[in-house]
Design a protein around this ligand. Structure first.
Ligand SMILES: Cc1cc2nc3c(=O)[nH]c(=O)nc-3n(C[C@H](O)[C@H](O)[C@H](O)COP(=O)(O)OP(=O)(O)OC[C@H]3O[C@@H](n4cnc5c(N)ncnc54)[C@H](O)[C@@H]3O)c2cc1C
Length: 426
């Protein structure tokens, strides 16, 4: 065992949640994970702690994070070029994974806005990047290894019964000790940022705007115009160029998504090509991503309702703006994963980076959720939202199957916690 720490309160990345658990186990082998889980009462699994809630909290915690001194759970990364996959330890981050993939000339299909998060934690909450043709990061999972609450090790691969329920597992099913992801030949990407897209142009044809590159993000503070149209295009696909795009004009210098922030932490723009892993995330490894001092919420709605959903949110702008740092709008392709926020239908993701005023944000979320209610919004599992299990169950056709799967794999409820009971398991 690498160690068990007790007594020191641990906080999430944003600092808005202090974990109630005072014991954090750091197993160094699969056998130690099995022993710890089988012997624990209630236990939660930590990733890199970038979620904004108590989703991973419990009486005791278990972390597979590799430690700076080389101890901790094995962070090995094994590429299988023949199979077109990579297999990795349960604590590996996307940053570390991208470094390990580079010498093999292979890449992932997409990334989130930052490389700092753990793969297992991101997959567990259906974390996504953007792109009308890109499924969320969980859709790259080809197989996984799971330690369930009886201490048994289970393996599942795409196509197996229940696999589609296991991947976006919210930490409710067990400890994911190993993941296998699909890889593809490495590719280069260029980023171009355009300013001053009009709401009228966007709402007239959101699909056209969101389809103008491999991964497209819109950043707005809900003012007169959408502030930034941020296009990431692969160099083996058409370049949107340095002229006007949808009436928006090219930014003359690199931009930070949050207006007025220095773009130094951001990955290079201005059409300069670079490796997929240095262009798909907005933020560089080694820098604080986003604002740092912030909270986040996000709602995904079927993309066929994109224009109507934007129209429903815009009247709230005067209430949103005082609490907002920036809003990001992205596209996510449909998938089959039971608790994926893009399950069954292409999605539009409406993300909010808030100022760290949690009570005010939570009050506003009630109205935001009410405004989006006609579109059946699915909140990002890792961010702040209010909807409870009863409401959300109606928005996921396989919700009851997921609850049954959790009961079957974890009959003694070792991985249950208050957050899961309130929002998912009931
Ligand atoms: C600055 C910032 C930018 C972000 N950008 C994006 C973005 O671009 N797109 C997006 O979709 N989201 C984004 N997020 C949200 C983030 O991706 C999710 O909250 C994600 O779950 C964080 O992963 P984590 O490793 O920190 O997991 P944690 O927050 O530590 O845990 C999240 C969940 O994963 C479970 N889990 C973790 N590891 C394991 C494991 N080994 N086995 C079983 N369960 C496990 C936990 O129990 C918990 O349920 C961002 C967050 C921040 C702070």
């Amino acid at each position: 065992m690498t160690g068990t720490t007790a007594g020191t309160p641990l906080r999430n990345w944003a600092g808005n949640h202090t974990y109630a658990a005072r014991v954090v186990h750091r197993p160094a082998t699969l056998e130690q994970v099995q022993e710890l889980v089988a012997g624990a009462g209630r236990i939660g699994v930590l990733g890199s702690r970038h979620s904004f809630t108590a989703i991973a909290d419990s009486t005791e915690l278990l972390s597979l994070e590799p430690l700076a001194d080389g101890t901790g759970y094995p962070a090995d990364v094994v590429v299988d070029p023949g199979a077109g996959t990579v297999s990795l330890g349960g604590g590996v981050t996307y940053g570390r994974l991208a470094e390990a993939l580079a010498p093999h000339g292979v890449a992932l299909h997409n990334l989130a806005s930052l490389p700092h998060i753990s793969v297992a934690g991101a997959v567990a909450t259906a974390t996504h990047g953007s792109g009308v043709g890109n499924g969320n990061l969980a859709t790259a999972v080809a197989a996984l290894e799971l330690v369930t609450s009886d201490g048994a090790v289970r393996h599942a691969r795409r196509g197996d019964a229940d696999f589609d329920g296991l991947v976006v597992g919210l930490g409710a099913l067990g400890v994911v000790t190993r993941l296998t992801l699909d890889v593809e030949p490495a590719y280069e990407v260029r980023q171009r940022v355009y300013e001053g897209l009009s709401w009228e142009t966007l709402q007239a044809d959101p699909d056209a705007v969101l389809s103008c590159g491999y991964s497209v993000s819109l950043f707005t503070t809900w003012g007169r115009d959408v502030d930034l149209l941020w296009v990431k295009s692969r160099t083996d696909e058409p370049d949107p160029g340095d002229g006007e795009l949808f009436g928006a004009t090219p930014a003359p210098v690199d931009r930070h998504p949050i207006p007025a922030l220095d773009p130094a932490p951001c990955t290079p723009q201005l059409g300069v090509p670079g490796p997929w892993s240095d262009r798909l995330p907005h933020f560089r490894t080694g820098f604080t991503p986003s604002a740092g001092d912030e909270l986040q919420s996000e709602y995904l709605v079927p993309r066929r309702h994109a224009a109507a959903a934007l129209e429903a949110v815009r009247p709230l702008a005067p209430r949103i703006r005082p609490l907002l740092q920036v809003c990001e709008i992205r596209a996510v392709a449909a998938d089959r994963l039971w608790l994926s926020t893009a399950h069954g239908e292409p999605a539009l993701a409406l993300h909010f980076t808030w100022r760290p005023r949690e009570d005010d944000v939570r009050a506003l979320l009630a109205d935001l959720e009410a405004a989006l209610e006609p579109f059946g919004p699915r909140p990002h599992w890792g961010k702040l939202f209010r909807a409870g299990a009863a409401e959300l169950s109606a928005r996921y056709p396989r919700h009851a199957d997921f609850v049954a799967l959790a009961e079957r794999l974890d009959p003694r409820g070792a991985f249950r916690n208050d957050w899961l009971e309130e929002h998912v398991l009931g």
